[in-house]
Design a protein around this ligand. Structure first.
Ligand SMILES: NC(=O)c1ccc[n+]([C@@H]2O[C@H](COP(=O)([O-])OP(=O)(O)OC[C@H]3O[C@@H](n4cnc5c(N)ncnc54)[C@H](OP(=O)(O)O)[C@@H]3O)[C@@H](O)[C@H]2O)c1
Length: 322
């Protein structure tokens, strides 16, 4: 079968489209024939070596497709089932073997491409808004990269929960998309100081929570955007890893809270995974949340897909199609 692997860390050019043996499912595992694989910023962190991997390695942490074979002691799925999963490496391939407990059966209303576009980012938005910092009506939230894959979903869900949403983006076109998703105010953080803009928009009070996936270029200023006892939820590193933050800084800036969550720990068992995925698929099926598939690439062009995501020119989800 064909797969996209890396043999060393580096730029998009290290992605190799190559022939590899068809993997066999072991105990508790299932093999999926991949219909679509989601491209996520996590894949870039894996490629550049920000997150540690054993090499060589097939990239990709999210896919949807059909169960093709199961190993011994699999009870969760059977061959022929339509499924999706997140947070297991190997999705940039024609077939992927995944622990069966991680597989979520697809409801009839959800097609494979939509599932591959939403399962990872949708469950992320669910845990960020319902578990890490449960948003309440009337609260004000700052969402960085508000037109991105996670960002657009986050804006939509925060609005549904009754929050006032301030978003940051890098271009006028992305500002339009963030507003279309429901953002009440949008700041072009490449042109304007977002800290000053947030202070202005909140009458100097600050926001209740900042969802910050940009990291290096935003984290310190994000702290300055919070009300006393506000929450900085730092959940990504799109611009690079955030600098270390001294606990005394949290005290000085208003007894603030800082957390650095990952989906791995918020969908760590089958019950929690199925519960989050069910809510996400319900949002999509009932059109409470709209998924924007911005671009698809053939699997062989994974390097182009990475260039598109890193280049900030794409707003929404990128898929790879084997
Ligand atoms: N912790 C978790 O559980 C979890 C799970 C999923 C995703 N994430 C994180 O969520 C974030 C969004 O992921 P995504 O896959 O949906 O990507 P995305 O938001 O579609 O793309 C990242 C966005 O970050 C912004 N950005 C700011 N500075 C950047 C820079 N120097 N280089 C590139 N982009 C920059 C860009 O938006 P502008 O052009 O508008 O600035 C870009 O579109 C990532 O940080 C990812 O790691 C975390």
């Amino acid at each position: 079968m064909k797969a996209v692997r890396i043999h060393e860390h580096g730029g998009p050019e290290v992605l190799r489209y190559e022939e590899v043996p068809l993997p066999e499912p072991g105990r508790g595992e299932a093999r999926i024939q991949v219909e679509a694989a989601g491209v996520n910023f996590t894949d870039i962190y894996n490629r550049i070596g920000l997150y540690k991997l054993t090499l060589p390695c097939t990239l990709g942490s999210e896919a949807a497709g059909t169960v093709d074979a199961v190993g011994p002691e699999v009870t969760e799925v059977k061959p022929g089932d339509r499924v999706a999963y997140a947070m297991h490496l190997g999705a940039y391939a024609e077939y992927v073997v995944v622990p069966a407990w991680r597989l979520v059966p697809l409801p009839p209303a959800i097609d494979g491409r939509t599932a591959a576009a939403v399962i990872l980012q949708g469950m992320t938005v669910h845990y960020l808004t319902h578990s890490t910092y449960p948003l309440k009506p009337g609260e004000t939230v700052l969402v960085h990269a508000a037109a991105g894959g996670v960002g657009r979903l986050l804006v939509q869900v925060a609005k549904r929960l009754g929050a006032r949403v301030i978003g940051t983006v890098s271009s006028e076109e992305k500002a339009r998309l963030a507003r279309e998703a429901g953002a009440d105010e949008v700041i072009l953080y490449t042109k304007e100081d977002f800290e000053e803009a947030v202070k202005r928009a909140t009458g100097g009070r600050g926001v209740d929570v900042v969802y910050d996936s940009v990291g290096k270029t935003t984290a310190e200023k994000s702290l300055n955007c919070l009300r006393p006892r506000g929450y900085l939820v730092l959940f990504g590193n799109a611009s690079g890893a955030a600098p270390p933050i001294d606990p005394l800084t949290l005290m000085a800036k208003g007894s603030l809270y800082l957390t650095r969550p990952t989906l791995t720990h918020y969908a760590g068992n089958r019950a929690e995974l199925l519960q989050r995925a069910r809510v996400v698929f319900d949002w999509v099926a009932s059109e409470q949340v709209k998924v924007r598939i911005a671009k698809t690439f053939p699997l062989a062009e994974a390097a182009e897909a990475h260039r598109a995501l890193e280049g900030r020119g794409v707003a929404g989800k990128i898929l790879l199609l084997p």
